[in-house]
Design a protein around this ligand. Structure first.
Ligand SMILES: [Zn+2]
Length: 207
């Protein structure tokens, strides 16, 4: 018995799916399914999207079209990467990313589509440029006093393990618990009244 997802995909196969920019002035359409989907960690795409990385669906040019708002599309020719980026001149949403090296393909931000595109983004380009501030799925917990916000606890604040030594590269090394605490008088004075109220972990995680 086919799953709901498989059934949904087969219903879309041979059909068309559409995406749109933030303001709705521009609407794009592709023939389902897309050719592939990928994450782009390169600096150019990071800046163009103002995000940690961009996720695109790649389509053959003949399988993608602008169905609304052609006149609202602005283009930026990036000589450095020999590519052209199109965006909505009204809301600024990225729309198309075309690379000279792949003239028959056009890339569209996956996020413009609210529904299925027929491809999972399993591929990564320029993964070596992954930024250390990118969220990569670490455990998140509710932030006390800030409803709706979850956060990643700094590792150093986790409870020390209940052992005094751990094996590290074949050597026994003491854990944090094995170190004697520093006397309070040896620490710089801490005055909570001078600290601007910000979520815990904010100041010590500046990157
Ligand atoms: Zn727009």
């Amino acid at each position: 018995m086919e799953s709901l997802n498989e059934r949904a995909a087969s219903n879309l196969s041979g059909g068309r799916v559409s995406g749109r920019c933030l303001c709705g002035a521009v609407e794009l359409e592709i023939d389902f399914p897309a050719f592939w989907a990928w994450h782009d960690h390169s600096a150019a795409s990071r800046r163009a999207h103002g995000a940690a990385y961009a996720t695109y669906i790649g389509c053959r040019r003949k399988h993608a079209r602008v169905v609304k708002g052609q006149r609202s599309i602005a283009r930026f020719e990036d000589a450095m990467t020999e590519s052209t980026r199109s965006f909505c001149s009204r809301c600024g949403a990225p729309l198309l990313y075309e690379r000279k090296r792949s003239p028959h393909m056009v890339n569209i931000p996956r996020a413009l589509f609210s529904g299925r595109t027929g491809r999972e983004p399993r591929y990564h380009v320029a993964i070596e440029e992954l930024q250390d501030w990118t969220y990569t799925g670490n455990r998140l917990v509710p932030l006390k006093g800030y409803p709706g916000i979850v956060w990643e606890r700094p590792k150093s604040r986790r409870r020390p393990r209940d052992v005094d030594h751990v094996e590290f590269l074949g050597r026994r090394v003491p854990t944090a618990r094995a170190y004697r605490p520093v006397k309070a008088s040896a620490c710089p004075r801490f005055d909570p009244n001078t600290v601007v109220s910000s979520p815990p972990g904010h100041a010590d995680r500046i990157r």
